[in-house]
Design a protein. Structure first.
Ligand SMILES: [Zn+2]
Length: 75
């Protein structure tokens, strides 16, 4: 992931974080995108909200997006 670029994520993207959730899960589905990022743990189903800056620091990579075309910039 290139440095200095804003992270592009969209609702329903699956992302992997640097540290596991206390439940042991690394993967999350994005539920909300804005100044805060909402996400749901795919392992235990818990939802959390993170300020975008903190989300970007914790993000390891975007694992997948169900609809690769046309997700950017749509709200
Ligand atoms: Zn969890």
């Amino acid at each position: 992931m290139a440095r200095g670029e804003p992270v592009r994520v969209a609702v329903d993207d699956v992302v992997q974080m640097r540290r596991p959730h206390p439940c042991g899960g690394f993967e999350w589905a994005i539920t909300r995108v804005g100044s805060d990022i909402g996400m749901r743990c795919l392992t235990c189903g818990r939802r959390v909200m993170l300020p975008r800056a903190r989300f970007e620091k914790r993000l390891k990579r975007v694992v997948g997006r169900p609809d690769a075309a046309g997700v950017d910039g749509q709200q």
